[in-house]
Design a protein around this ligand. Structure first.
Ligand SMILES: Nc1nc2c(ncn2[C@@H]2O[C@H](COP(=O)(O)OP(=O)(O)OP(=O)(O)O)[C@@H](O)[C@H]2O)c(=O)[nH]1
Length: 379
């Protein structure tokens, strides 16, 4: 009898134990990660440069990120929105000039001070002299001016040097035949090239355009990664190749995909880390030539760091000799009081500043608007 009871107890225990283990294993299976969907930043079949795809990782289901597509603000009025930031960095220049110009009687020393203030703000020697000469003539004719008149006069002179009528619009709309507009972004690494490419994609998506990005800066793997993140946030596809692959091939695939995907604009981020002008010329020239087998390049935007002053100008000159630059994106204007670089660089290169970067935030890039810029300086 005792053996019979012991047998029954053992039987019950084994059944209960088995059930618990079954439940555990079931619980374990439900927690087991489903295969992670591949992060598609590059369309399939992008030619021989395509890297072998990474094996699917297993991650807990509850940490799989759900990509949330952001809707960035449109381009119109961006600079006005960033005006406070511009006034913060450039306001001292305007206030300094207004203070001197408002003195009772202006001596030669005062005029020299005005010229020095402009040169210190990177306006450039010749434009600074032109501004001073013009202000001086007007002041002689008009005599003692009210603060309002001083402001108006200075505003006019700064605007005249910036060139309110230069063509600053970006060619971002499809071409007549339906192919996407192609923008190449060039510049030295560290100037904010990749960031500007990503921010520009946001500006265009904000304006309702379909954008494809090409990560042709294959020199640094992180640059492609960075661009992929920018693209994912606004739903722009990013075509990229393995680190060190041929940038021209990536650019080609990006434009090809842009055409196939019926995109409005393809933006190509290029590498600038080349030590010789010949190397740079070879690479950028090749990228452009290869792109143009499929669609014309509509814009070549040179990204320039406003905080680098004369160094930046030297770089700008080299790039201008190598490629036909159609516009300048001046970054990090929030980090320098030397906003006069807008005048100097346009004069040097003969192309307009089309975009300005005013911070590290995703929407801190704005189409350049001369009037809003001067008003922020003089506020
Ligand atoms: N304050 C400020 N920082 C900026 C601006 N634009 C870019 N940056 C910062 O500049 C740094 C360099 O930017 P990147 O876009 O990585 O520069 P890059 O020229 O592409 O360099 P690589 O990625 O190495 O090719 C980053 O920390 C950006 O956040 C700007 O307008 N203002």
């Amino acid at each position: 009898m005792e053996y019979l009871i012991l047998g029954i107890v053992l039987l019950v225990l084994s059944v209960v134990g088995g059930s618990v283990m079954f439940l555990r294993s079931r619980t374990g299976r439900t927690l087991e990660a489903p295969p992670r969907p591949p992060v598609i930043t590059r369309p399939s079949g992008t030619g021989t440069d395509e890297a072998p795809s990474a094996p699917a990782e297993h991650v807990p289901a509850d940490v799989i990120p759900v990509p949330e597509i952001e809707v960035p603000p449109p381009s119109a009025g961006r600079l006005q929105r960033l005006r406070a930031r511009l006034a913060r960095s450039q306001g001292a220049l305007g206030q300094g000039l207004l203070a001197i110009l408002s003195r009772d009687s202006l001596t030669d020393d005062d005029w020299d001070e005005i010229e020095d203030t402009l040169i210190t703000a990177d306006v450039g020697v010749t434009p600074a002299r032109m501004i001073v000469d013009e202000l001086r003539t007007q002041q002689k004719v008009l005599g003692k001016l009210s603060p309002e008149q001083v402001k108006t006069m200075l505003r006019e002179q700064l605007l005249a040097q910036i060139g309110p009528d230069l063509p600053r619009g970006l060619h971002v709309q499809r071409k007549a035949g339906g192919a996407p507009a192609v923008i190449m972004v060039v510049g030295v690494n560290g100037t904010g090239k990749t960031t500007t490419t990503g921010k520009l994609a946001r500006v265009l998506v904000g304006d309702g355009l379909k954008v494809v990005l090409g990560a042709a800066d294959t020199f640094r793997a992180a640059a492609a990664e960075q661009l992929a993140t920018w693209g994912e946030r606004v739903g722009a596809e990013v075509v990229r190749g393995p680190e060190g692959s041929d940038p021209a091939s990536v650019a080609f695939e990006a434009v090809k995909h842009g055409i196939a995907a019926d995109a409005d604009t393809v933006i190509i981020d290029t590498a600038g880390r080349l030590h010789t002008k010949t190397g740079l010329m070879d690479e950028l020239g090749k990228v452009k030539r290869v792109i143009e087998k499929q669609a014309a390049v509509d814009e070549v935007i040179l990204v320039l760091d406003a905080t680098t002053g004369q160094n930046g100008m030297t770089q700008a000159r080299v790039f201008a000799e190598v490629v036909n630059i159609t516009g300048i994106a001046l970054t990090k204007l929030d980090g320098t009081a030397k906003g006069g670089i807008v005048i100097a660089v346009q004069r040097e290169l003969g192309v307009p500043v089309k975009l300005v970067g005013l911070g590290e935030g995703p929407d801190d890039l704005a189409p350049f608007d001369p009037e809003a810029f001067v008003d922020a300086i003089l506020d």
